[in-house]
Design a protein around this ligand. Structure first.
Ligand code: AMP
Length: 189
């Protein structure tokens, strides 16, 4: 199996590039943000539990997120592999993912961090807010998400670096050029 973590702050282009990568490599895309938004839209019990946290730009507690992620992976038993987008966002999630994949006889092949500077992130998210109306893309909520990223999520990088699995790709430029750089990394796995 080919399991990849696409990593980066809000607005780094994880969703856009994931869509292209799943087409090229035949993988299943799991975005925990998309899954949560679907739960909220469908007003499931989980959606109601996480709605306020997500609207405020805070991370959902680890165990809730891990349980949802594991359920989603288990729904795709024949998958050639997965692209994890927006997960893991804490070291506890990264550890849980390792344990879970090991129990399935597989592992993370590599983690690719999309590198985008703060000004460009702010510009992209303002644009996305106009296009999608995502409440958590509004400036004050975005600020909280960025704080969560630097307080909790950034620590996931040294975790994977310690495993020798981390690569960085410049996330600024044309979608096609960034995609080509990502493919060059993945083709070495
Ligand atoms: P995203 O679409 O990946 O930016 O996620 C939107 C929101 O969903 C985040 O700001 C969090 O509130 C929540 N979320 C998504 N993935 C996770 C995760 N791995 N851990 C905790 N909360 C998450």
């Amino acid at each position: 199996m080919l399991n990849i973590v696409l990593f980066g702050p809000p607005g780094a282009g994880k969703g856009t590039q994931s869509e292209k990568l799943i087409n090229k490599y035949g993988l299943v895309h799991i975005s925990t943000g998309d899954l949560f938004r679907a739960h909220i839209k469908n007003q499931t019990e989980l959606g109601q539990r996480v709605n306020a946290l997500i609207a405020e730009g805070q991370l959902v507690p680890d165990q809730i997120t891990i349980d949802m992620l594991e359920e989603e992976v288990s729904k795709n038993p024949g998958a050639k592999g997965f692209i994890f987008d927006g997960f893991p966002r804490t070291v506890a999630q990264a550890e849980a993912l390792d344990t879970f994949l090991e129990s399935k006889g597989t592992r993370i092949a590599g983690v690719i961090a999309l590198d985008v500077d703060q000004d460009e992130l702010t510009r992209r998210i303002a644009q996305r807010q106009l296009e999608t109306g995502r409440v958590d893309d509004q400036a004050d909520k975005l600020q909280k998400r960025i704080e969560e990223y630097f307080n909790k999520t950034i620590h996931v990088l040294p975790f994977y670096e310690g495993q020798g699995k981390l690569s960085k790709v410049n996330g600024i430029g044309s979608i096609e050029n960034i995609f080509a750089d990502l493919c060059a990394v993945i083709d070495r796995y």
